[in-house]
Design a protein around this ligand. Structure first.
Ligand code: SAH
Length: 391
């Protein structure tokens, strides 16, 4: 079968397109087209507590992987993404993967057990189509174990990517990844922790911590000198967070708690005690490139209401003068600017500018609120939003 770009083109609902057009107007079609392609650069964060950026780049080069230092963010490196390629394969079955895995597979990564959601019976050596829950085809995979072996295991390689529309180095197989010296993370997510600007000696709350990209970065930036309390709502997610922290050797001065963080001010003795709060809430993910999962408009509306609840709680937790960073990997006003305007107008936060210049972002002003927006049209970035508030 030939995977055409149509097979991997997700149809967005009319309401979602309308929300995007409130931001992008006549550029909406162009934005949607860009969202379906990956950026030219794949980013990772260097674990600067354990290695220097130049050592990591040199080590990768010895393994035949070319990495480059980002020009503006000192702990970021990037890899080049090639493509698009015409993808052809004779597949005999299907395996359904989660959306995070779908993005990696589109970039040529191999398939690991945790990413598999469901599979039709297959034999070892079969070529299968990897598809998302919405049946978007993302790659062809040659299964390296049998179906029954796969059911018995919860980790490890299950298939080799034999054809994908894009190609990037397989980061998960590099020594620097396996040794916890880098953490794959988008450039805007790396910038988010810099905007938070955590300091040693502070009490910092991460309200939506798993899988731990930003929590681990906060610990890295403070060299373990701040007390970080990291929440996520399920035990499974907290296990992912713990495994990120221990892999990176960054489980320093951090408490991980499985909890619904909308009620922290009631459930924990944290009211008025926290210096910095990070809210990185579930969102409609419309900025993720390539876009592989669609949300209905109703979901976007519900998510924006849900996100407001974290803002309310953060106000209770923060000390006077304490700061809050709110970030999402999406593009709707409803989940971004309007929520921040709500925090200022209804909750009494002040909108403030970060101590650093926010690299590659567009500075925007909305109802008197300052925020930063990453756009697929500007610098070929994922779609992303960051705002800094002060109590
Ligand atoms: N900050 C993370 C990514 C967060 S994704 C990183 O940088 O790696 C959003 C997270 O919010 C998900 O892990 C989800 O489980 C969590 N979440 C959703 N609702 C929540 C709630 N009510 N309380 C705490 N965490 C919640």
């Amino acid at each position: 079968m030939l995977i055409s770009s149509e097979d991997s083109f997700l149809k967005l609902s009319r309401g979602v397109i309308r929300d995007l057009s409130r931001v992008y107007g006549s550029l909406t079609d162009e934005i949607i087209r860009r969202l379906h392609t990956p950026p030219k650069r794949l980013y990772a964060r260097v674990n600067t507590l354990r290695a220097s950026r130049s050592d990591i780049i040199a080590k990768l080069k010895r393994e035949g992987v070319m990495a480059y230092p980002d020009e503006q963010v000192e702990d970021a490196i990037y890899f080049e993404i090639e493509g698009p390629f015409r993808v052809e394969c004779q597949a005999t079955g299907r395996v359904v993967v989660d959306s995070r895995t779908a993005v990696s597979l589109m970039l040529g990564a191999n398939l690991y057990r945790p990413g598999v959601v469901w599979a039709a019976r297959f034999n070892k050596g079969d070529i299968v189509l990897a598809v998302t829950r919405e049946n978007i085809v993302v790659a062809c995979v040659e299964m390296t174990i049998s179906y029954s072996e796969m059911l018995r295991t919860s980790r490890g390689l299950v298939g080799v990517n034999v054809a994908s529309p894009y190609k990037a180095p397989k980061l998960a197989e590099t020594s620097v990844y396996l040794e916890g010296l880098i953490h794959p993370q988008s450039l805007p997510s790396i910038v988010t922790s810099h905007v938070l600007n955590p300091r040693r000696g502070e009490l910092i709350v991460d309200m939506n911590a798993a899988p731990g990209g930003k929590t681990s970065h906060i610990i890295q930036l403070t060299r373990g000198g701040a007390l970080v309390v990291a929440f996520d709502r399920s035990i499974g997610k907290i296990k992912m967070l713990q495994s990120t922290l221990s892999k990176l050797h960054l489980d320093l001065n951090v408490i991980t708690v499985p909890w619904d963080s909308r009620y922290l001010h009631v459930d924990f003795n944290l009211r008025g005690k926290v210096s910095r709060v990070l809210i990185d809430p579930p969102c409609s993910n419309l900025g993720v490139r390539p876009l592989v999962e669609s949300k209905k408009w109703r979901d976007v509306v519900n998510l924006s209401e849900y996100q407001k609840q974290f803002l309310k709680t953060a106000r209770e937790l923060l000390k006077p003068g304490g700061v809050l960073v709110y970030s999402t990997c999406t593009l709707t006003l409803r989940e971004n600017e309007e929520n921040i305007a709500y925090a200022v107008e209804e909750l009494g936060f002040n909108s403030v500018e970060p101590a650093i210049t926010v690299p590659y972002a567009e500075k925007i002003s909305y109802r008197g609120v300052v925020a930063y927006r990453y756009s697929p049209l500007l610098h070929d970035m994922p779609g992303y939003f960051i705002a800094l508030l002060q109590k």
